[in-house]
Design a protein around this ligand. Structure first.
Ligand SMILES: *[C@@H]1O[C@H](CO)[C@@H](O)[C@H](O)[C@H]1NC(C)=O
Ligand SMILES: *[C@@H]1O[C@H](CO)[C@@H](O)[C@H](O)[C@H]1NC(C)=O
Ligand SMILES: *[C@@H]1O[C@H](CO)[C@@H](O)[C@H](O)[C@H]1NC(C)=O
Ligand SMILES: *[C@@H]1O[C@H](CO)[C@@H](O)[C@H](O)[C@H]1NC(C)=O
Length: 480
């Protein structure tokens, strides 16, 4: 009996240790900033745990919770970490809009009751919420490029409109903005007190949810900002490709990727049965249900803790949700392996990366210009950038995801500039394809800006087809 008890105790202890070690790695609680001045890159490597270690199994419900990104107080982030002799030169932020109401409805069901007005006594809450609303009411004067000036500046419908930003979405970005304020303004003094219009570059797509997300982040970053010094540009393309959007080969990759996605879905029996069951419940043809993209609506129910819809024939439930979400995760895995999306991403992300290195190079040369750049965008903006940078470990962009490029100058060697790449607060610099082998080749602590420049100007295209040397060639190559 005694032996058995002791065995059970040991077993429990072992389980606890395994759990602790996994969760420490998983939640990135092991300090990573142990390396500062004077630590050689070799010992730094050893001190640094892999920041992107995945749990052994992907749990669809756990993944869905991460995707919701429900605001909580404790947020860890590694933005702004650099050795003391480095000076922050500029910061380039790409965000996905915050939590939104679905873009689709499940036919013949009541749509989820979510309130898109902003009120203090509803969770989640942020201390700057009321001030944000009253500041928006004072705007905006001439602060927006057309057609942005026709959009509402904050969500305000008691029953959300389709795709509308929710209070959760606003709070997520107030929080992002405040976090960036604490790091970049208070700690690193990125902007002078009398910052000017030219030092901020703000750009958003023409959806109310992206404009409002951008404004919420900006308000968290610069509370009570002067409206006269703000100018939001409008970006018509979700790829932020400005004048370089025409790229036939990119579209070919996308078509092949969509075909892959379709065939992969056909192979999934449980998924098919799930759609069949749900179609029976809502009493529509299975095709119509699939076309209604039910996971979009179900995620809203899930993130807002609103029960899934019912009809007289039954209820949509958690098991349906798990099967569809699990398929999404499997699909992302296959997508990475098949590389069609990668081809699409290299071409899709090139123009905005090209623009970003251009800004960085100008800042590095000490030219007057942007110190802080904000692109308020979509999952379909961030996802190709992550893929193009080779960050296959990075999760699909959650609500209010943030991807940040930091540019640093070595005060001891002022001509040398370095970049850091952060995604949702995690340092991915040494996981990017342009810096993953850096420590094998160089004793330098930080990733040189030139690595990123060479990647965008040349290596991206070599990675694509082994032959092209520029964007125009790669976009127009025959027989891709
Ligand atoms: C900001 O203030 C500094 C001195 O404090 C001055 O040199 C600079 O010209 C000012 N810039 C603007 C845009 O007013
Ligand atoms: C979700 O809603 C149920 C009742 O519908 C409630 O019991 C539960 O506490 C809620 N959970 C959260 C996290 O709000
Ligand atoms: C890339 O940037 C350069 C300026 O540095 C510009 O001349 C060129 O047209 C850009 N190319 C694309 C495809 O955006
Ligand atoms: C590169 O181009 C050459 C000649 O144009 C061709 O023979 C070769 O197959 C191409 N390589 C790849 C990887 O596409």
């Amino acid at each position: 009996m005694l032996f058995r008890n002791r065995f059970l105790l040991l077993l429990a202890l072992a389980a606890l240790l395994a759990f602790l070690s996994l969760s420490l790695q998983f939640f990135h609680l092991i300090p990573v900033s142990a390396a500062k001045d004077g630590v050689s890159s070799k010992s730094r490597k050893r001190l640094m745990p892999n920041p992107v270690t995945e749990p052994p199994v992907t749990d669809p419900v756990y993944e869905a919770l991460l995707y919701c990104n429900i605001p909580s107080m404790a947020e860890r982030s590694m933005e702004g970490h650099a050795p003391h002799h480095f000076k922050l030169v500029s910061v380039h932020v790409f965000i996905r809009h915050g939590d939104r109401y679905p873009l689709y409805t499940i036919p013949k069901t009541k749509r989820p009751e979510v309130d898109c007005t902003l009120v203090a006594n509803r969770k989640p809450y942020h201390p700057k919420l009321e001030a944000f609303v009253s500041h928006m009411a004072k705007g905006p004067g001439a602060s927006f490029e057309s057609p942005l000036n026709s959009l509402p500046l904050y969500p305000n419908h008691p029953l959300c409109e389709m795709g509308e930003l929710t209070q959760t979405g606003v709070v997520q970005h107030l929080q992002n903005g405040q976090l960036l304020r604490d790091i970049y303004l208070k700690k690193h003094k990125l902007l002078p007190h009398n910052w000017s219009t030219e030092q901020l570059y703000l750009e958003t797509t023409g959806k109310s949810r992206t404009l409002q997300s951008g404004l919420a982040l900006l308000y968290g970053f610069l509370p009570d900002f002067d409206w006269k010094r703000i100018y939001f540009r409008h970006q018509p393309s979700a790829l932020f490709c400005s004048g370089s959007c025409y790229c036939p080969v990119r579209n070919q990759y996308l078509e092949k990727e969509q075909r892959r996605q379709y065939l992969f879905r056909l192979k999934n029996g449980p998924l098919d049965r799930t759609y069949g069951d749900m179609a029976r419940i809502v009493d529509i043809p299975i095709k119509q249900l699939r076309a209604a993209n039910p996971i979009d609506s179900m995620l809203c129910h899930f993130c807002h803790n609103v029960s899934f819809p019912c009809t007289r024939s039954g209820c949509i439930d958690m098991e349906h949700f798990k099967v569809i979400k699990a398929h999404q995760l499997d699909d992302e895995r296959e997508r990475r392996e098949k590389k069609l999306y990668f081809g699409y991403s290299l071409l899709g992300a090139h123009p905005i990366l090209n623009q970003t290195i251009d800004r960085m190079q100008r800042a590095a040369q000490g030219k007057k210009g942007e110190l802080f750049t904000l692109y308020s965008a979509h999952d379909v903006t961030l996802s190709p950038i992550l893929s193009a940078l080779g960050l296959s470990e990075a999760r699909f962009p959650r609500f209010a995801a943030r991807l940040i490029f930091e540019l640093w100058q070595d005060r001891e060697k002022p001509r040398e500039h370095s970049v850091r790449i952060l995604y949702n607060g995690i340092d991915f610099t040494f996981h990017t394809s342009f810096c993953q082998d850096h420590h094998k080749r160089s004793p330098k602590h930080m990733c040189p800006l030139e690595n990123l420049v060479h990647f965008v100007k040349r290596d991206m295209f070599v990675a694509l087809d082994g032959n092209s040397t520029n964007y125009y060639d790669a976009c127009h190559r025959e027989g891709a």
